[in-house]
Design a protein around this ligand. Sequence first.
Ligand code: PHE
Length: 515
Amino acid sequence: MASSTSPPSGDLASRILQSLDQTSPLLSSEAFPDASFVEVKAALDRLASRDMVIYDTIEREEAVLEPEGEQIAANGSHEARVFEALRSAVDGLTVQDLEKAIGDKNVVKIGQGKAFKEKWISKTKDGKFKAAQESIKDVTKEQMLTIKETRTYPDAKLLADLKKRKLIKMQKIISFRIHKGPKFALKIPEEATDLTADMIATGSWKTAAFKPYNFKASGADQRSGALHPLNKVRAEFRQIFFEMGFEEMPTDKFVESGFWNFDALYVPQQHPARDLQDTFYISDPAAADKPRETSPDDKKDYNAYWENVKAVHQDGKYGSIGYRYPWSGDESLRLVLRTHTTAISANMLYKLAARRGPDGRPPPARYFSIDRVFRNESVDATHLAEFHQVEGVIADANLTLGGLMEFMDIFFGKMGLTDLKYKPAYNPYTEPSMEIFSYHKGLGKLIEIGNSGMFRPEMLEAMGFPPDTRVYGWGLSLERPTMIKYGISNIRELLGHKVDLKFVQNSPAVRLDKD
Ligand code: PHE
């Protein structure tokens, strides 16, 4: 056994070779009791792949002491301890004295019962315990010591008894029986890892030992990139829009003129949303150009549109009495960080209004966008000065409000959001306007999932749409569904400089239609 001789020095593989040189076969659990199963297996695989050893795995059971068994091995059985305590007290002991002497009530309780049965102790006339024999043999303690040392278990009957008394338990031991292999040697030969030009030239490849391939080695860690949760949720929204026949709008500009962000949308110039407290204004350059053509084949009459917008705000037009205030062109040319992607929708709708299909009308259209917007808000757990909007518009003749509600059922239904509820709301550019709510099973309440409406004729007719064109519009934030999906309560964990990269790397994939 290895415990009698000190183990040979060196790594485990060479220790195995040296031990095997003395004795073959060898049992790993006996020869290398200090090495773990995994270490032994790795060393053996290394040697076996070079045919230096052959091994097989053997499983067997060993008996090991339970805590109470250990206690008995160290201090003796309960009955023996009771006997020993009484043997040294000539006049016998009361139960209380006995408990004091042993210091464990439980040991006294069990021990005295058994000691009586073995006739090791008896009672005096005045009810004290006393020893009834000169000496005893503590068989249980001896059994525990034998098991502890040999780890082999006693005959079946005793084994069952000791297990029942919770003194020992069986443990599965896996070890290896190791034999010398056909290429056994005391050392692993020097091995080449690559075939070199030199080896071919000199012919040394013929005799060289090559390191075997280790097909079980795990590859190097791949430092792959990770998509941010917002990107994952955005991909899901895009998929739904594409499925429903939408085109994506180009949203690649953060700066807009007030004209597209507000005036085109019939937001009056006194509207609180246009205040400095709500909107970030750009100081340099100070003003935008008036809306104008951007290519020679752009034949739209931007000037007429500009005048229409002015007229509908200031004096009223298209059957509307307007807001009746002096509309300022300079105000509409101030530059802003766009406060909503509806600025892009307005621009796209204006372009659409100028197109003519075979019937002489603008063709029906479905547009969407998902991009960043900016609001001058004080930052808290659910608000940032920048966030992302998901927005869609649908334009066609004679659309109805019922059609909008049906569309929302289908659109949000694709995300698993059902039983929608609508609440009347106000947007300067839509009439009617409705907030959309859905019952969230996880949160157990109605949550607002979006804002919607039908764009006003003041906005659409100024662009040149026929009076019977109706346009649905709706928007929601990308952050809100993402926070709900990922169970995030503070938006700063999702966006901004406090985001933990590990959170991004470890975020699971997302499906909007699955819980
Ligand atoms: N622009 C709105 C918002 O900021 C969303 C919306 C878009 C509402 C289109 C109606 C129509 O919330």
